[in-house]
Design a protein around this ligand. Structure first.
Ligand SMILES: [Mg+2]
Length: 186
């Protein structure tokens, strides 16, 4: 029996632990259950930059051109905290519709390099250390920076980033990147 099952969309941040215990009866279709799955409240992308305008620009393109929701962080330390928060959330409120891997976290992190408090290189290294090699295979961290030198690129890859994009990034470049590295864009 379904108990306490609200027949309305989830409010932002609302959690339904009871959902994980419920069984489907004739009144709730698998589609309705899937629409209310905790995994639907977890955006797949994290945008990290100390410049809020860069974040808003990226989030706008992601949302309007690709229908992708994202979270934000203003430095490497905040990014690490977001990753830790996500891991805890996935463990506490597991996906019940089968579309989310239990080991998953953000699938893509766009990481600025130069940021106060903790830069993108250290942020990436700390995230990598926290998640471990297996979980990192399911995440793509890409540098999004204004620098273009080969040495800088090398430094990004050395810190554990998977790729490198230069700002300002166009919707076309973003499409090519998301298509190559994720399942979010065909
Ligand atoms: Mg910066």
């Amino acid at each position: 029996m379904l108990r306490n099952f609200p027949l309305r969309p989830l409010l932002n941040g609302e959690r339904l632990q009871t959902l994980t215990q419920c069984t489907i009866n004739n009144t709730v279709t698998p589609q309705a259950l899937s629409d209310r799955c905790p995994c639907k409240t977890r955006p797949p992308i994290l945008a990290v930059d100390d410049n809020i305008f860069n974040i808003v620009a990226l989030q706008t393109v992601l949302e309007y051109d690709f229908n992708l929701q994202s979270e934000k962080a203003l430095n490497g330390l905040e990014a690490l905290a977001k990753v830790q928060e996500r891991a805890k959330d996935v463990a506490e409120y597991p996906c019940i519709c089968g579309k989310e891997d239990p080991d998953s976290n953000f699938s893509v992190i766009f990481m600025d390099c130069n940021m106060p408090i903790m830069d993108g290189f250290m942020g990436t290294a700390r995230i990598k250390e926290y998640l471990g090699d297996e979980k990192m295979k399911k995440m793509v961290i890409v540098a999004l920076t204004a620098y273009t030198g080969e040495q800088f690129k090398e430094k990004c890859l050395m810190s554990g980033m998977n790729g490198y994009l230069t700002k300002p990034i166009s919707a076309g470049q973003l499409r090519a990147f998301l298509r190559e590295h994720t399942k979010h864009v065909q």
